[in-house]
Design a protein around this ligand. Structure first.
Ligand code: NAP
Length: 377
């Protein structure tokens, strides 16, 4: 069975946490720069999920806007636009909504008792009996079997809250607008109100960025604490690699002692033979006379063990890691003997680097390379 999709929650809120106001018009929270950022995020996903109430209230198109991003998807063999996904308990959906317009696959997960009411959208979407009540785990497994590896959940409040409360989110991109909605806020305005207490483990802050007038907070979630979360993120970065039939697709994240992300990289990000670790280290070295001193206390997360032998260039990633003075490496997948015989983990340990293998994430890292190593174990 394919691993369940990586679930990325994305939303914009006012500074006091509202996703919308109570007026019939949609509240504009993002500016052009942030809408462009969301377009980029969408382009990197296989499917976009919104709740049925968002389909009814906002009538979103859920399309990629930038033709260059559509072209990039085509080059990677992906459809022009991600699939559109919604879920409903009532079946109350209008087949005239933009969600059902051609241009992308449409999937509707419907509670069993509402199937007959939802039959009106049967000619415009794939209508899926998702049980009673609708099971999020069934939906995620079904999406995985349909080839969805990366799912973007764009709201609304109930859907976001349910994913957070159920512990089914891997990442949250929260864009905070530079204004309050006001107090007293309208009682009916949706906000990130979780239906049940969520597990106590705090989220892992991976990025803060100014995007126009909006503050973007990128949090990593999910089980296993920071090590597993950063490693899952490294695996996601590997999906961005330009395709190759003769080299693995790998993602890497370097994190400082205080949890700050120092650099990220993925295979072939800058040059043809680039390895992910090499790119991340190169970015950190730019314009500096010697290795960044923060590397002496950093952890390198890599979806594949750093290479200990290499055909494409003289210096292996193990040698790069050791030369940079990185004391700790966490990886998901041991390199299969496909291109070289390098024993990266053993070489790192022999050089005094602490190495942690997370075999639970190996299948995710391997699945990104299924075109090289097949779909078996
Ligand atoms: N600021 C942002 O980033 C952002 C993004 C998206 C939306 N929004 C806003 O959010 C508001 C909508 O949020 P909302 O919380 O009211 O609705 P929502 O989360 O969009 O949709 C809720 C609906 O989805 C269906 N649903 C959700 N979970 C389900 C489950 N487990 N089983 C079966 N059906 C399920 C139900 O549909 P049925 O009622 O058909 O049964 C439910 O009523 C709108 O005002 C929109 O503008 C804001």
């Amino acid at each position: 069975m394919p691993p369940r999709p990586y679930v990325l929650l994305s939303c914009a809120t006012s500074a006091d946490g509202y996703l919308d106001d109570a007026s019939p018009e949609r509240l504009i929270l993002s500016g052009p720069a942030d809408l462009d950022r969301v377009d980029e995020v969408r382009a990197g996903c296989d499917a976009i999920l919104v709740g049925a109430q968002t389909v009814r209230a906002d009538n979103p198109r859920l399309l990629i806007r930038d033709p260059r991003r559509i072209a990039r998807r085509a080059a990677r063999g992906l459809p022009a636009h991600p699939a559109r996904v919604t879920l409903t308990a009532t079946g109350d959906l209008d087949p005239g909504a933009r969600f059902f317009a051609p241009g992308a696959l449409r999937l509707v997960y419907c509670a069993t008792p509402a199937l007959s009411l939802a039959a009106k959208i049967k000619d415009s979407a794939v209508l899926i009996d998702a049980g009673d009540p609708v099971s999020a785990d069934f939906m995620l497994q079904d999406l995985a079997e349909r080839g969805v590896a990366r799912l973007l959940v764009e709201g609304g409040a109930r859907v976001l809250g349910d994913f957070l409360a159920a512990g089914r989110a891997d990442e949250l991109n929260l864009a905070v607008a530079p204004f309050f909605l006001g107090d007293p806020a309208p009682a009916t305005a949706p906000r990130l109100n979780l239906p049940a207490p969520i597990p106590a483990s705090p989220m892992t802050l991976a990025e803060t960025r100014r995007v126009g007038e909006v503050a973007l907070l990128r949090y990593l979630l999910g089980p296993g604490g920071p090590d597993h979360r950063f490693l899952r993120w490294a695996v996601e970065l590997s999906r961005l690699c330009p395709p190759s039939d003769s080299a693995f697709s790998v993602g890497a994240v370097i994190v400082g002692e205080d949890g700050e992300v120092l650099a990220t990289g993925f295979s072939r990000e800058q040059e043809d033979h680039d390895h992910a670790e090499e790119v991340a280290l190169r970015k950190l070295a730019q314009g500096k006379p010697g290795p960044d001193p923060r590397l002496r206390h950093a952890t390198l997360y890599s979806s594949l063990v750093p290479c200990g032998a290499r055909a494409s260039r003289p210096v292996t990633c193990v040698a790069h890691v050791v030369a940079a003075g990185i004391p700790r490496v966490v990886f998901a997948w041991r390199e299969p003997r496909l291109f070289t015989d390098g024993e990266g983990a053993e070489q790192l340990r022999a050089a005094g680097v602490a190495v942690t293998e997370v075999p639970e994430l190996a299948e995710r890292a391997r699945a990104v390379n299924a075109h090289l190593v097949g779909t078996g174990a």
